[in-house]
Design a protein around this ligand. Structure first.
Ligand code: AHR
Length: 678
């Protein structure tokens, strides 16, 4: 007998009969055998271009995301300034080596050479190398354990910089040691005469570690009697992402997401509980030694602001993303500046745009140039406040002052309002409206069609914070991530009215578990992506792609959602049809996929792939012990074709990437896009 030829339309008809005319028998008697049908129209006329900036990331200084995280500085509270300008200051987490009564006394005073951060540490050494009060062999002094231990690795180099002053000669050992000081990983002795350090003097040493210890500390010790002042002590790994001070492993995880924008630096971090503790960008630029630092009172920790406005702009450039700069517009969580007094805040905003984009001869552009970036940064988006629309007294008034001033000086800058334009017409001008959603998995899944009914006119949505974060999400599990994937599929389908979207929060330092779930979890030496992080990988080719019309038919008991895009892979210059499907149920689903509008034989099985994110249990999470428990797996798709039968695993996200024969995908420029019915 020759090969059995099946008439596809007959097959399809039988499928419909089985699926839709006998659904109750199937669903009652055999829920494990669910069926569905996805029809994708891949013709040019069916497509609509997805905005170039659809998927990005939101960095907030929360959970020690930056200080003790993405920013590679190892010393915490490097200027002894954490208590603010008052004396005695809070030197935490610095600690003393030696007996405080007999060997040394440590205090702070306001004698620093840095005008904006006057606090310095004064160390009076009472013991000596000779006489009646001999110093212990290892010396006395101070140490800094960093942010829950410094990660020091064998063979790597660390640059230690500090400022010192003394009335006498000094002999100070700068060392990286284990957490109890007994194991020396690297050390260098600094000898200087009294005249060399009678004024504040900058010292710089390069230490190379001879062993690895993930819980190390930096020590400044001496065995010589005298009084020494220290200030602005920094220890940075020499090897950072693109040499710009970002912890490489964490920055690489961001780069892998191919974000098209970065919203920063918050969130509530921008606002402060009180305005006096808000993020004020001018205090975060210029030489790091001169930055006063500030206490972020919403997330309750001090930041030295090494990761300042300039560094955020640098990060966006390094990751090939556009900055979305969030301003404090004179409103914190508890106090506000009235519209008649908001002028200085408006000026601060204008100055910040000049800092980012101005000519290197301009007032603020020249400071950027002096920091090593004469070329302007590509700042095009600013957001006015965060979740402030409800602040009825001043939000709109303040907003309009900012809006008018910015549009007058920089007409091309796009402005994002905090007021929700989803279901109502805004009562003020805006280019985008900010939309945040934190909810349960079930609700997030149902929000996939949230934007279906939104007016197609007016400002577009910027979904700048979304996450499943209720108890069922644990520390970030598969269930939460799949619901988010469904939500993102909905956004992709509605990308004519949603222009940007980013998950929140991005980072969690395991030692400061303030807000979870998050995308990336780390400690001093390890990091892993949560399932939510891996979901974002499925969408990293979506920005600039073409979303296709697709129709999903399923019975009422099946929780599926799907989308189809056509994307160009710049690595191999080939075109792919990507079909993504979330199965949000406990049953296996047999899915028939049919792609219309392609030339015959235009799908190449060789080079086509299937990528799945799933796990044995919907509540499964990743951890330091099992960082790859829930991670996408890719395999060749041997039956890749215009018509395919595929199996969707329970609680899974699957992406089918079908390699197209021809790479000539032209983007259809049409506004009349017909959305799928889910
Ligand atoms: O992402 C954490 C917080 O959630 C943000 O700071 C705030 O905007 C939101 O309420």
């Amino acid at each position: 007998m020759g090969p059995c030829k099946v008439n596809y339309s007959v097959l399809l008809l039988s499928f419909f009969i089985v699926s839709f005319f006998v659904p109750h028998c199937l669903s009652i008697g055999d829920e494990a055998d669910q069926r569905a049908f996805l029809r994708v129209n891949a013709s040019e006329a069916s497509g609509r271009p997805i905005p170039k900036t659809l998927f990005g990331i939101f960095f907030e200084e929360i959970n020690h995301a930056g200080a003790g995280g993405l920013w590679a500085e190892l010393v915490s509270n490097r200027g002894f300034e954490a208590g603010g300008p008052i004396i005695p200051s809070n030197i935490d987490p610095w600690s003393i080596i030696g007996d405080e009564d007999s060997s040394l006394t440590v205090s702070t005073d306001r004698s620093s050479c840095f005008e904006l951060n006057k606090v310095a540490l004064r160390m009076e050494v009472l013991c000596d190398t000779k006489g009646t009060n001999i110093c212990p062999a290892g010396g006395v002094g101070i140490y800094n354990p960093g942010f829950w231990g410094m990660n020091i690795e064998k063979g790597k180099k660390y640059k230690v910089v500090f400022y010192v002053r003394s009335s006498g000669a000094i002999d100070v050992s700068v060392s990286l040691t284990g957490s109890n000081g007994l194991e020396t990983l690297a050390t260098c002795e600094i000898l200087a005469s009294a005249s060399q350090v009678s004024n504040w003097t900058k010292m710089e040493v390069l230490l190379e570690a001879n062993a690895t210890n993930h819980n190390s500390r930096l020590q400044l010790t001496t065995t010589r009697k005298g009084v020494i002042w220290f200030d602005q002590v920094s220890a940075m790994p020499v090897d950072t992402y693109k040499g710009h001070g970002f912890r490489s492993e964490l920055a690489e995880m961001l780069a892998d997401l191919k974000p098209k924008f970065i919203r920063f630096p918050g969130g509530y971090f921008v606002l402060g509980d009180w305005l006096r503790n808000a993020f004020r960008w001018k205090a975060t630029i210029g030489p790091w030694e001169e930055r006063p630092g500030h206490f972020g009172d919403v997330w309750n920790y001090w930041t030295d602001d090494g990761l300042g406005y300039f560094e955020f702009l640098q990060l966006t450039e390094d990751l090939g993303a556009l900055p979305v700069w969030v301003y404090n517009n004179g409103i914190s969580r508890n106090d506000q500046v009235s519209t008649s007094h908001v002028g200085p805040f408006v000026q601060e905003a204008l100055d910040s745009i000049e800092f980012a984009r101005g000519d290197s001869n301009s007032t603020w552009g020249s400071i950027r140039a002096a920091m090593g970036h004469p070329e302007p940064f590509d700042l095009r988006y600013v957001a006015l406040g965060n979740e402030n629309c409800g602040k009825k007294n001043n939000y709109r008034g303040n907003y309009l002052k900012f809006y008018n001033a910015i549009k007058k000086a920089y007409p091309d800058v796009k402005i994002i309002t905090n007021c929700n334009g989803l279901c109502q017409t805004l009562d003020h001008p805006a280019d985008f409206y900010d939309y945040h959603v934190y909810t349960s998995a079930k609700d997030m899944f149902s929000k996939a069609d949230q934007f279906n009914c939104t007016s197609r006119d007016g400002p577009k949505a910027f979904v700048s914070e979304y996450a499943v974060n209720q108890d069922e999400a644990g520390n970030g599990n598969l269930l939460a991530a799949l619901a988010e994937a469904a939500f993102l599929i909905g956004i992709e389908q509605n990308s004519d009215v949603v222009s940007m979207a980013s998950f929140a929060p991005l980072f969690l330092n395991d030692n400061d578990r303030w807000w979870h779930s998050d995308a990336i979890v780390f400690n001093s030496s390890q990091q892993y992506g949560t399932p939510s992080y891996w979901v974002q990988h499925f969408f990293r080719e979506s920005s600039s792609a073409t979303v296709l019309h697709s129709t999903l038919q399923k019975n009422a008991y099946t929780s599926l959602i799907a989308s189809a895009i056509m994307w160009e892979n710049s690595d191999d210059n080939k075109s792919y049809l990507r079909i993504k499907i979330v199965n949000f149920g406990n049953d296996i689903v047999n899915l028939k996929i049919s792609v219309d509008g392609l030339e015959p034989s235009s799908i190449q099985p060789s080079g086509s792939t299937k990528t799945i994110l799933t796990s044995g249990n919907q509540k499964d999470e990743n951890s330091f012990d099992e960082p790859n428990k829930v991670k996408p797996t890719q395999s060749p798709l041997e039956n890749a074709d215009k018509d395919m039968d595929v199996v969707l695993l329970p609680y899974s996200l699957t992406s089918f990437d079908l390699l197209k024969e021809s790479s000539n995908i032209r983007t259809a420029r049409t506004d009349s896009f017909c959305k799928s019915s889910f």
